[in-house]
Design a protein. Structure first.
Length: 246
């Protein structure tokens, strides 16, 4: 099962699906990998961990990484949106969505949880991820918004012209036996020129931005702390894992 981001209409204040948590769920492990993690290794780890969670042989995990520069192709990726196929490695991702970029300076968050047990349905889970991103941005006085029919979290850029908006975070997930993997990515201070080799998420009429581009100079560690608080607000306790996934 894959999923593109449904319209949760968070920016307008409309109702969104309620979280349906089972009582007394155990804390979710929280792991951060130092350095750059190869995408193939991350994908292999996520698939293995998701299967183990589904079998009841491993606990849920939120895993934070950075990748070397690369493009990933979701299940809805269109060949014409890969503008520079030889610029960086291109990886089929198996998640919902289209083409996206990962690279240094971008915090990628892989979420491996039992969606059925914690949320009841996929839409509620994806809307929670959007709220997590928006709450994280708010910690740094950045207003993030969602748009019907447009994947990700967006920031208004009035200085670029009337109606201008840039994407600051992408969301794409996959479910297997109701266990999620893949997740979200927030641009902290990546090289935004690297997005030029693709049409990000198939949307050409808007650009991309980052904390740095918006004049917010924050460290990855600060973003991680804000993410942890936002995840705990949505999912309950998370605990630092004693071992970093490899």
């Amino acid at each position: 099962m894959t999923a593109d981001t449904p319209s949760c209409d968070l920016a307008s204040g409309a109702n969104h699906p309620e979280v349906q948590r089972a009582p007394a769920l155990p804390p979710i492990a929280w792991a951060i990998s130092d350095g750059l993690t190869a995408y193939e290794d991350a994908l292999r780890f996520m698939e293995t961990r998701a299967e183990a969670i589904a079998r009841g042989e491993a606990g849920e995990l939120i895993w934070l990484v950075e990748h070397p520069p690369l493009y990933t192709a979701g299940t809805s990726a269109r060949p014409q949106d890969l503008l520079e196929p030889d610029r960086f490695p291109v990886h089929p991702a198996g998640r919902g969505g289209q083409y996206t970029y990962h690279g240094p300076g971008q915090r990628v968050v892989y979420v491996m949880i039992n969606v059925k047990r914690r949320f009841g349905d996929v839409r509620a889970f994806v809307c929670a991820l959007e709220r997590i991103v928006i709450a994280t941005l708010e910690r740094f006085n950045v207003r993030g918004e969602t748009r019907p029919g447009r994947v990700g979290v967006w920031v208004r850029r009035p200085e670029k012209g009337d109606g201008a908006e840039d994407k600051i975070a992408a969301i794409g997930i996959r479910l297997r036996r109701w266990v999620s993997f893949h997740g979200l990515a927030i641009n902290v201070d990546p090289d935004l020129a690297h997005f030029g080799g693709i049409v990000p998420c198939g949307i050409s009429e808007h650009g991309v931005t980052s904390f740095e581009d918006l004049g917010r100079i924050v460290s990855m560690a600060e973003v991680d702390m804000a993410l942890k608080a936002a995840f705990e607000a949505e999912l309950g306790p998370v605990e630092r894992s004693p071992a970093t996934p490899r």
